[in-house]
Design a protein around this ligand. Structure first.
Ligand code: ZN
Length: 552
């Protein structure tokens, strides 16, 4: 059921004259970050909602009547943070895989994978995730020889950090049936050496050649990954995730966990738009929000292109560092328009992955043709990394939300200018331009592509510098966000992007009792305070999802 509280009702619940009713929990001694600024208030919570904001002078009766008093000792209470674009089960799977993030060379990857392989049962796949050749002294894409020598007897599949390319060893190539004679599939490439033999790297749709033969995760695998990912997100202060591409099997598990009251964080499921059977079923059901608001199903995810790192992002002119390539159109315009039309008819929100400027233009064109201007479906463009100047005002005009990931900017800045060249580099990650033109944004991390830690996202949004430090000022700093915008980008903005602004995304009476409690203000002082902040407690629907130093 959809539950939208009229904002007018909220004012009636504000404290003072009201006699203190009982509450489940009273959060005392904190600084509470309200929409119009921080205040010393106590927060009364009952049945998953905020029932009152109480000035300390009036708190005595509330304290006496509260079932539990939570002492915050000067901590800062923010609305529960939301991850605005992530891959929930993929994150759980990544947490279970060999972590290749930050490896300094291909040799280091081979060492890590070999060590992990030795711990696995015979014949099972070795899965790794997170390599990025841009971090290595030799920035060429790897080839499989050293990996095959280290892990000869079992298949190995190592995903690139952006998820848009994989590296296989010889055994995995053989199991996938990929040989010198295999043609490139539509929308993908099998990279080859001078002799034409596969190097082991498969880009975009070519990865399906191996993904489809992987042992399918069972419901138990998915459930374990959801719980692991959810607990980990909560430890970063996150109370909700927009899951960018929920599969049928995943949705079944999420529904079961929701029914049993076991979802650790809220999930806004953006359905896998490639599965027509899933779409038919859910479009038939119509937009759905669970009773307690822990799970929502009212959005669908599509792909216009690939990613910039693997040169899969669709550019309107060739890559500056590979003049023969303009990226990939991952889904035809006819297919995009057809699914968006069906989604609109069912009242579902379309969310299209578009990174390159050509993909952004194509998606805006399709939104304009199918939905017209000012759509109430709040259509989204996921990533919107490179936006042509003439497309910037179209976001506001068409009512399109840009779902952006600040840490992609700081991760990509060392090499993105080479891909794009001087003219297009200022078009990249242009958050301020979009806001100034009236567009709505919302922030996320694309976890597991980047860490889901929202402190890193806020830092990247305001400094456009990596946390380890580089020459100031940040990269194309005029496109940075303010501190207040960065916080809104993980709270109120994603709430709007998920149709939740009537019941969460801020701290006010009658809204959901979702809080991220940190040891200092995120909004003032040196930006470094964002990185120094410690998450003390994460509360979802009034209950602890994470307590620092606790046992949960
Ligand atoms: Zn994504």
């Amino acid at each position: 059921m959809l539950r939208l509280l009229p904002l007018l009702l909220l004012a009636t619940a504000i404290t003072s004259a009201v006699a203190a009713p009982r509450c489940d929990r009273l959060l005392v001694g904190g600084t509470v970050h309200l929409p119009d600024g921080p205040q010393r208030l106590e927060v009364a919570v009952a049945e998953g909602r905020i029932v009152a904001l109480v000035p300390p002078s009036e708190a005595k009766a509330w304290r006496a009547a509260a079932a539990e008093v939570v002492e915050l000792a000067g901590a800062h209470v923010y609305p529960g943070l939301t991850e605005g674009h992530g891959h929930f089960v993929g994150y759980g799977a990544a947490l279970e895989q060999v972590d290749l993030v930050g490896t300094a060379s291909f040799a280091e990857i081979v060492t890590r994978v070999k060590a992990a392989a030795n711990t696995l049962p015979a014949g099972s796949w070795v899965l790794g995730r997170g390599w990025d050749q841009n971090d290595w002294p030799d920035k060429a894409l790897p080839a499989h020889a050293a990996l095959t020598a280290a892990v000869p007897d079992r298949p190995a599949l190592l995903r690139r950090v952006d998820g848009h390319a994989v590296l296989l060893n010889a055994r995995a190539l053989a199991e996938a049936g990929i040989t010198v004679a295999s043609p490139d599939p539509a929308g993908g490439r099998i990279l080859r050496d001078a002799s034409g033999a596969p190097t082991g790297v498969l880009v975009d749709a070519a990865a399906d050649l191996v993904e489809r033969i992987l042992p399918r995760p069972t419901a138990a695998d998915i459930e374990r990954r959801v719980l692991l990912a959810g607990r980990t997100l909560a430890s970063f202060g996150l109370t909700s995730i927009h899951d960018a591409g929920t599969s049928r099997a995943e949705l079944t598990v999420l529904r079961g966990l929701e029914r049993d009251g076991r979802l650790p964080v809220r999930v806004y499921a953006i359905l896998d738009g490639g599965d027509d059977e899933l779409l038919a079923a859910e479009f038939g059901n119509g937009p759905w929000l669970s009773r307690g608001g822990m799970l929502a199903v009212r959005a669908v995810k599509l792909y216009a292109d690939g990613a910039l790192g693997s040169r899969g992002a669709a550019l309107s002119a060739p890559y500056s560092d590979e003049p023969g390539s303009r990226g990939l159109d991952v889904t035809t315009s006819a297919r995009l328009a057809d699914v968006i039309r069906r989604a609109a008819k069912a009242g579902f929100q379309p969310c299209v992955h578009a990174i390159g400027d050509a993909a952004v233009t194509r998606t805006l064109d399709i939104y304009e043709q199918v939905l017209g201007a000012g759509s109430t479906l709040r259509p989204r463009i996921e990533h919107a990394q490179i936006v042509r100047p003439e497309d910037v005002p179209r976001f506001a005009k068409l009512g399109v939300i840009a779902a952006v990931q600040p840490t992609h900017c700081t991760s990509d800045m060392p090499w993105a200018p080479r891909r794009l060249g001087a003219e297009r580099t200022p078009w990249a990650y242009r958050w301020r331009s979009l806001l100034a033109a009236g567009a709505r944004l919302e922030l996320g991390s694309d976890v597991p592509v980047e860490s889901p830690d929202p402190r890193l996202g806020m830092w990247a949004a305001v400094t456009r510098r990596p946390p380890e430090g580089t020459a100031e000022p940040g990269w194309n700093l005029p496109e940075a966000l303010t501190r207040a915008e960065a916080i809104a980008g993980f709270t109120a903005w994603p709430a709007y992007a998920a149709f939740e602004e009537g019941w969460r995304g801020a701290i006010a009476p009658a809204l959901a009792a979702d809080f991220t409690i940190v040891d200092r203000s995120l909004g003032d002082g040196d930006p470094a305070t964002i990185l120094q902040a410690r998450v003390l407690r994460t509360i979802v629907a009034g209950r602890d999802a994470f307590v620092a130093g606790g046992t949960r």
